[in-house]
Design a binder for this molecule. Structure first.
Ligand code: SAM
Length: 261
């Protein structure tokens, strides 16, 4: 059995509390009942469903420059926009969660590493239109499509920077002095993930929330996730299998939760 299947099995056995019953941490109780379990419809969701549908129906092919850990799906750098949308952009369920996290915590700043076609960026930006949103994408062809997404979504609070995380991330700290929400969704290697995480740590405050995508995508990512959980600045973590949430609230007791979502 592959490690990823084993990890998913472990997640289903260990995860609990999806309804919020029996939770002793008020912080986690609010997270589950007010954010995870909020099933209400939003105009933004429908807007982004339409944009996603258009991308899924596109017959365009673009030339990708890959700066990350490579793909488990694609062999060639000539890729169909429809297939990138299908396999590499955030699933609706998790996009809606990003929206709700941004809407609930109302961070002043949102930083995303890995824009792709801008679907996840738009969920975050529409969740809190008052936030300053910066997103970094290395591939220029991909970035052009993301700009179209932002125009169609009428998300005016996004700055897309086309460049590698390695060159752009240190520069973003001149602009975003403290980090509200940071969504790490590119270059899924252990070394790179921990490197970006450590660069961001000095710019956190009590309210910062880091969200890591694909924490069980590979053995390396699972190891990176274990190391992130152990970091002395981190207090509460929540493993949703696809995403890992990391909080820095000093008043919380250090605890790691696995929640079925
Ligand atoms: C999984 S996709 C992002 C998906 C997007 N967040 C969404 O959910 O819709 C990862 C993106 O990160 C970009 N990327 C990976 N490594 C990078 C690096 N080192 N510098 C800049 N961009 C990178 C890739 O080009 C790719 O578009």
């Amino acid at each position: 059995m592959s490690n990823i299947i084993l990890n998913r099995l472990k997640y289903f056995i260990c995860s609990k509390h999806e309804k919020g019953f029996g939770i002793h941490s008020p912080f986690l109780f609010d997270l589950i009942t007010l954010i995870f379990n909020d099933k209400s419809d939003k105009v933004a969701y429908r807007k982004l469903d339409l944009i996603r549908k258009e991308l899924l129906e596109s017959d365009k092919i673009i030339s990708i420059t890959d700066f990350g850990a490579g793909s488990k799906i694609f062999q060639s750098n000539q890729r169909k926009v429809s297939e990138i949308t299908k396999y590499c952009t955030i699933k609706k369920k998790y996009g809606k969660l990003l929206y709700r996290l941004a809407a609930y915590y109302k961070p002043e700043s949102i930083l995303e590493l890995g824009t792709s076609f801008g679907i996840s960026t738009a969920y975050l930006a529409l969740g809190n239109p008052n936030a300053k949103v910066v997103t970094i994408e290395g591939c220029s062809e991909t970035s052009k499509i993301a700009q179209d997404t932002f125009t169609l979504a009428n998300a005016k609070n996004i700055t897309l920077v086309n460049g590698t995380f390695e060159e752009i991330l240190p520069l973003t700290f001149f602009d975003l002095h403290t980090l509200g929400i940071v969504y790490f969704d590119g270059n899924h290697t252990k070394k790179a993930t921990l490197n970006y995480f450590e660069q961001c740590i000095p710019y956190t405050n009590n309210e910062s929330l880091f969200i890591f995508d694909d924490i069980h995508w590979s053995e390396e990512m699972a190891e990176a996730w274990e190391e992130i959980k152990r970091n002395k600045n981190v207090t509460l973590t929540v493993d949703l299998f696809q995403l890992g949430l990391v909080y820095f609230h000093k008043e919380l007791t250090k605890q790691d939760f696995v929640i079925r979502f």
